[in-house]
Design a protein around this ligand. Structure first.
Ligand code: FES
Length: 400
């Protein structure tokens, strides 16, 4: 009964409220509403997660002829007043026009979050053999070059609820970049975690940021650097490769997470090594830029796959057919043919390249298949980490 009374009262209140509200509405201003951007919460959201950031190269540091660090500052004239905040380990997706192709490439931010408050991001880029973007950037970016980038993206970040309080960082070659950001963030007291960094290079001369890491380690007892040299003997470093034995030597007594960033060959080797450590899956983290993933090495890759197929693509109201190598991702094939596909992470994580498979069969390695159940149900694929198993037809959305 009580319930009935309450609901009757509510209906009566509502009926009485209508004329009152109509009166208020009739007195309201006829001026149009202020734009969504004029509201403070929207301004904060746009500052934290802008769709694009317009930047300019302000300084270049050459580590060797094949590795450079580019300092990027906001380009106020183009509309970016301040850099978006980020967490150590995130990346920027950079827009590039190379020849007649518009492409994007993800590069980890090597500066720390504190340094972005000083007004710059650092991207440290290594020339990759056959790497369209890295070759272009190293040969063409100079001080003053305008750069369009995404907001900071990616999940290769320390999460206190998921990760252990000690991280064993495993870096190979230019995979050191997110660890430079994390080490600085720890010494700036912006991250409350300990990092032991096993940094694999052929020799000590190849190690990027070596002096900086040594300085950080001197000042901050939560950071430790271990150089692992495969082609040089140096008594202050470890020799050989990053093995389970080496990890055991430097791991803490309690829980620890492994964060890995480096070339695919390093993942293939270290992943086998760490099997014997019996770590829980959530404590093993990879930064995946799956550009050069080789699908035929996967245990579930089908046998007797032809080496080439045709890919027919519908985009921007047109259709085009291109020839594809079976071991090259669909995204790379399309870009090589001047077809722009929206993409950020290039490793199956962000969903930005989400495209419809109209016909044919593709292979997506399980370890980088970030599709949701609905994608699988309705035939959507991520071309960045999908490989043709037959002639296929796909529909892609135009580059944003
Ligand atoms: S580019 Fe991120 S999922 Fe393909």
């Amino acid at each position: 009964m009580a319930k009935k009374g309450i609901s009757k009262l509510s209906v009566m209140d509502f009926i009485k409220a209508v004329p009152k509200r109509e009166k208020i509405i009739s007195k309201a201003s006829t001026n149009s509403l202020p734009s969504a951007d004029s509201y403070k919460p929207n301004q904060i959201a746009n500052a934290l997660h802008p769709e694009k950031q317009f930047l300019r190269v302000s300084k270049i540091v050459e580590h060797s002829c094949d590795i450079k660090t580019f300092y990027l500052v906001p380009d106020a004239e183009k509309g970016t007043e301040k850099l978006a905040w980020f967490s150590a380990g995130q990346y920027l997706s950079i827009n590039l026009t190379v020849g007649n192709a518009t492409i994007t490439r993800p590069y980890s931010i090597s500066s720390s979050p504190r340094e972005s408050l000083d007004g710059y991001y650092m991207l440290t880029i290594k020339r990759v053999k056959d790497g369209l973007a890295s070759q272009y950037i190293l040969d063409n970016w100079t001080v003053g070059t305008e750069v369009t980038a995404s907001a900071p993206l990616g999940t290769f970040t320390y999460e206190p609820l998921r990760d252990a309080k000690t991280i064993i960082g495993i870096a190979g070659g230019s995979g050191i970049t997110p660890f430079r950001s994390l080490a600085k963030a720890i010494s700036d007291s912006d991250e409350d975690v300990s990092l032991t960094l096993l940094y694999g290079t052929r020799n000590l001369e190849e190690a990027i940021f070596q002096d900086e890491f040594v300085e950080i380690a001197k000042k901050c007892d939560k950071f430790r650097l271990v150089n692992v040299l495969s082609e040089e003997n140096n008594e202050s470093c470890e020799s050989g490769f990053i093995t389970a034995e080496l990890i055991n030597k430097y791991k803490p007594d309690g829980l620890y997470s492994i964060f890995m960033c480096g070339p695919q060959a390093m993942y293939d080797f270290v992943d086998k090594e760490i099997e014997s450590l019996s770590l829980r899956r959530k404590f093993i983290r990879h930064e995946l830029f799956g550009e050069f993933f080789n699908p035929s090495k996967e245990p579930d890759y089908p046998e007797n796959v032809s080496s080439q197929f045709n890919i027919t693509v519908s985009f921007n109201g047109t259709k085009q057919t291109v020839t594809a190598d079976a071991d090259t991702s669909i995204l790379r094939t399309l870009e090589a043919n001047g077809i722009s596909v929206p993409a950020h992470c290039r490793s199956g994580e962000c969903g930005w390249c989400h495209s419809k498979l109209i016909s044919g069969e593709i292979y997506t390695p399980k370890s980088i298949d970030g599709r949701r159940e609905a994608d699988l149900l309705y035939g959507y694929i991520h071309p960045c980490c999908s490989f043709p198993l037959s002639d296929i037809e796909i529909q892609i959305h135009p580059t944003k």
